[in-house]
Design a protein around this ligand. Structure first.
Ligand SMILES: Nc1nc2c(ncn2[C@@H]2O[C@H](COP(=O)(O)OP(=O)(O)OP(=O)(O)O)[C@@H](O)[C@H]2O)c(=O)[nH]1
Ligand SMILES: [Mg+2]
Length: 295
């Protein structure tokens, strides 16, 4: 298992350490200190609302000696409880449609998620639903082979909804727990893409029922605030249970975790902290905040 504190090094160095230095300047915060804190909070990509909330709380706080507790409490409050999925819930198979713009890490995250479920004793099937990009199926196929997980795919240019249908049907007949469906991040037009995703969703529901189909939206932590706007478009029309936040190891702006929760109202369910299949874990707010703030 990776060390989360080490993986968050960029955010710790670029955001938390400078923040700590401001708090340690003196027993009381000057106006100048407050400005510096505000600038660091905004710079972490946590969003204006979250920053305002912390600054308001800060102004009531007179002493700086317990800043560590203060930050922990404020960050955790903004992340609130994580309603991640219960992998022991009984109704299976479940279909997970992994959506998000191109390059954010969907295919890699599918391999990681499949590996995670498999390690937890679940039977998994992967579906190569990105039939648009030429190498997409091969990429997922390599992961499937390496992880010894069954892959359902058609030829390139085929109908992704047909792939999803076959995968869900296979999952049902083989008594699998999860079918995880890859999708294209880009088509000729945005409208086409959203239509295609909704069609995949409808087909899965037809085979497995309403309650057993949901999406995980993949977001790239290095893209920051910009990606949140696009995210809203993706989640329209497809029930999105959670966010898979990738590349947290590659950004100094880990505050984005807080902005996501605030802006989308969807919890971060899993985080990616590297390119390897094990560089992945369910998101635990307390563990995250502790790794961020620990000395
Ligand atoms: N550092 C780091 N790199 C990651 C992480 N997740 C994915 N990547 C890398 O991001 C790149 C893109 O990943 P893909 O999984 O191909 O992304 P995708 O969303 O499927 O891309 P398209 O299929 O083109 O839409 C690859 O080089 C991955 O290794 C992560 O958590 N950390
Ligand atoms: Mg892909």
């Amino acid at each position: 298992m990776f060390n989360l504190k080490t993986r968050l090094k960029k955010t710790r160095d670029g955001f938390v350490s400078p923040l700590r230095r401001v708090f340690q300047r003196g027993a009381h915060l000057t106006l100048e200190d407050q400005d510096a804190i505000e600038e660091l909070l905004i710079g972490s990509d946590m969003g204006v609302d979250a920053c305002d909330r912390i600054m308001d709380a800060l102004k009531e706080q007179r002493e700086t000696s317990d800043y560590q507790d203060f930050l922990r409490r404020e960050f955790l409050e903004l992340l609130i409880e994580n309603n991640g999925e219960d992998i022991n819930a009984s109704a299976t198979p479940r279909a997970i449609i992994v959506i998000g713009v191109n390059g954010v890490g969907k295919t890699t995250s599918i391999a990681k998620l499949g590996n995670y479920y498999k390690k937890n004793g679940k039977k998994v099937i992967l579906a190569a639903g990105d039939t648009f990009r030429a190498a997409a199926q091969d990429q997922l196929g390599l992961w499937a082979q390496r992880l010894d997980i069954e892959l359902i795919g058609h030829k390139q240019g085929g109908d992704p909804a047909a792939v999803a249908f076959d995968a869900c049907t296979a999952a049902k007949s083989r008594d699998a727990d999860y079918v995880i469906i890859d999708t294209a991040g880009r088509l000729h037009t945005r409208v086409n893409l959203m239509e295609e995703l909704r069609k995949i969703h409808r087909v899965c529901i037809k085979v497995l029922g309403d309650d057993s189909v949901y999406a995980y939206l993949t977001l790239d932590a290095t893209l920051g605030q910009n990606s949140l706007h696009q995210a809203k478009e993706f989640t329209r029309g497809i029930p999105t249970r959670g966010i898979i936040l990738t590349k947290l190891d590659s950004t100094a702006k880990g505050g984005i975790v807080i902005a996501i929760r605030q802006a989308l109202g969807i919890p971060v369910s899993f985080i990616g902290v590297g390119e390897g299949v094990d560089d992945f874990a369910p998101f635990d707010p307390a563990e995250f905040v502790d790794a961020l703030l620990s000395m």
